[in-house]
Design a protein around this ligand. Structure first.
Ligand SMILES: CC(C)(COP(=O)(O)OP(=O)(O)OC[C@H]1O[C@@H](n2cnc3c(N)ncnc32)[C@H](O)[C@@H]1OP(=O)(O)O)[C@@H](O)C(=O)NCCC(=O)NCCS
Length: 273
């Protein structure tokens, strides 16, 4: 499967820009620097889009300090709307493929279940609301769909994963080396298919892909401490618990809950049994 990859542009301007001036520019990230400048990073598909971005800056009336094409990071980046997965991956029992907009309906089958929304960021009221969230370009680009190719029924979508590539924190002088250096991972499995090791198998392949194919140096994931199935999955994958934050995350039921953060470095891979 071939995917057209937009070029990433970095634009530095004088002054601190407000996000609301740039609504509708998919994947745009604005960093406000201490020296009273702003740096915009934006995926640009073609010249027309580039002119649109520059026109927007002109309309806002800011002074352009520099404009450059950013060097590509190997594979993909989640800054913007580039797909997290450029091609399907295959394991013994599963196919992992980039999500498409049409996958909203099939993932809604399990994404709407209370046992899943109990732990997920959003609990959309109906399919239309879910389609709106699922179809967000940045979210879609970070979503990987998991299909069975062994066992019944073949071809069935049984879950979805998230892989969101991001910059590691760094000091400014070495920021280029930190760009796209880590990825945040996530998952949701249809409860009808839990207990067979599918999530472990899928995530193990996705982590392998991050480290071996994309050159990512660290993967991270987090969940509520009460979400035992999730942190047990992370431990099966060999991830290390690095954070236990006390009453740090607000559940939609209104309670502040503990959360845990896990990570794994490329040099620690493969670690899982
Ligand atoms: C988190 C989640 C993916 C875990 O699902 P899961 O079914 O427990 O995980 P796996 O598919 O890897 O299956 C592991 C189980 O299958 C068993 N298993 C059977 N065959 C296996 C195999 N070949 N390999 C590994 N495990 C196997 C394991 O022993 C384990 O069972 P246990 O929990 O009784 O010990 C699932 O609970 C989920 O989607 N939750 C809702 C969404 C969610 O919480 N998302 C994260 C928000 S932060």
């Amino acid at each position: 499967m071939s995917v057209s990859v937009p070029t990433m542009y970095e634009v530095r301007v004088d002054g601190h820009l407000d996000d609301r001036w740039f609504g509708g520019l998919d994947g745009l990230v604005i960093a406000r620097d201490t020296g009273h400048t702003s740096t915009l990073v934006c995926p640009v598909a073609d010249q027309a889009q580039l002119h649109g971005l520059l026109g927007r800056l002109r309309d806002v009336g800011v002074t352009l300090l520099s404009l450059r094409v950013m060097p590509p990071v190997d594979g993909a980046t989640a800054v913007g709307s580039q797909p997290a997965l450029g091609r399907p991956l295959r394991t013994d029992r599963l196919i992992l493929r980039p999500a498409g907009i049409d996958d909203a309906d099939v993932t809604w089958r399990y994404r709407r279940l209370e046992s899943v929304t109990e732990w997920t960021t959003s609990a959309p009221a109906d399919l239309d609301a879910y389609r709106g969230i699922f179809g967000n370009p940045a979210r879609l680009a970070a979503t990987v769909v998991v299909e069975l190719h062994q066992g019944a029924p073949v071809g069935q979508v049984i879950g979805d994963l998230m892989v969101r590539r991001e910059d590691a924190w760094s000091q400014r002088e070495v920021a280029g080396r930190a760009r796209g250096a880590q990825a945040e991972l996530g998952w949701a499995l249809d409860p009808a298919h839990s207990g067979h090791g599918y999530a472990t198998e899928a995530m193990r392949e996705l982590i392998r892909h991050c480290f071996e194919d994309l050159g990512i140096r660290r993967v991270v994931a987090s969940c509520f401490l009460d979400n035992e199935a999730s942190w047990r999955l992370m431990e099966r994958l060999g991830m290390r618990r690095e954070v236990h934050a006390v009453r740090e995350s607000l559940h939609r039921r209104g309670q502040w809950l503990d959360s845990v953060g896990y990570a794994l470095l490329a040099e620690e891979w493969p670690t899982a049994p």
